[in-house]
Design a protein around this ligand. Structure first.
Ligand code: ZN
Length: 257
């Protein structure tokens, strides 16, 4: 798998999935283009509701759960995440579920249905507050609708590419391979700078809400910056650099005191 996906530096936004080898051609195609643009070029008459986007998210995550090593409940990583996320099944109007993938990558993601997946490598690299700032950041992308936008765009791009008839026009008629490819494309798509800033701020608010140290968000960014610093991802071409994001986080934390 690709271990230097831009999202690792971007505070674990999308994922270099352990199951990336299963990605279809569609994911390869969609992952390399601007999904919003592709979505806007979709066929007339094809639409997808918020409920369908959530369903698509749930189905794509279910597929990834089958293809990745999910930590059983009695696993140390699973126990730690369960402890940290206790009582968060209803969070800020969202229904959330959490699982750990036993892979060494430093990554995490959340899907529009509220599925949050955390990679063991991320848990190894971070203390509790840092880890939960990343979890909060990912939930922020869901809460603000960024994840939904990516899934919707990936779906519409897929519909445009394969044709409305082949897609059937409904989420329910999608083949498992299409669901997987759309999910991969959506989760690998880059978030905008504005989206990242919103998610960063949500992560700080999330820490405060759960009585965790808001500085964990800064430390998490520093860890990710160090871990991702050696990789040439192209991330800095179109995203705010980590020093800028760290500075913004510090200012946001100070402002909210
Ligand atoms: Zn993000």
């Amino acid at each position: 798998m690709n271990k230097t996906t831009p999202c690792i530096v971007a505070l674990a936004c999308a994922l270099g999935l352990a199951g990336a080898a299963h990605a279809g051609k569609l994911a390869d195609l969609l992952g390399n283009q601007n999904l919003q643009k592709a979505g806007s070029q979709a066929l007339q008459g094809i639409s997808i509701t918020d409920a369908q986007v959530a369903q698509l998210g749930a189905e794509s995550v279910a597929k990834m759960d089958r293809e990745n090593p999910v930590a059983p409940a009695d696993n140390a990583y699973a126990k730690r995440l369960a402890r940290l996320t206790q009582g968060m099944q209803r969070e800020d109007g969202l229904a959330l579920n959490f699982k750990v993938y036993l892979v060494k990558d430093i990554n995490a993601f959340a899907a529009p249905d509220g599925s949050v997946r955390v990679f063991a490598g991320l848990m190894d690299a971070m203390g509790d507050a840092e880890l939960m700032s990343v979890v909060g950041h990912e939930i922020g992308h869901v809460r603000h609708g960024h994840s939904k936008d990516h899934y919707r765009a990936a779906y519409l791009a897929s519909a445009a590419r394969t044709g409305a008839t082949a897609m059937g026009g409904t989420v329910g008629s999608l083949a498992a391979s299409d669901v997987g490819a759309i999910g991969e494309a959506a989760l690998n798509a880059k978030f905008s700078r504005a989206n990242e800033t919103q998610a960063d701020e949500y992560g700080v608010d999330f820490l405060r809400r759960h009585k965790l140290d808001p500085q964990g968000a800064v430390r998490a960014m520093q860890v990710l910056s160090e871990k991702g610093g050696a990789s040439k991802t192209g991330f800095f071409d179109d995203h705010p650099s980590s020093p800028e994001r760290i500075k913004h986080l510090q200012q946001y934390i100070a402002r909210k005191k």
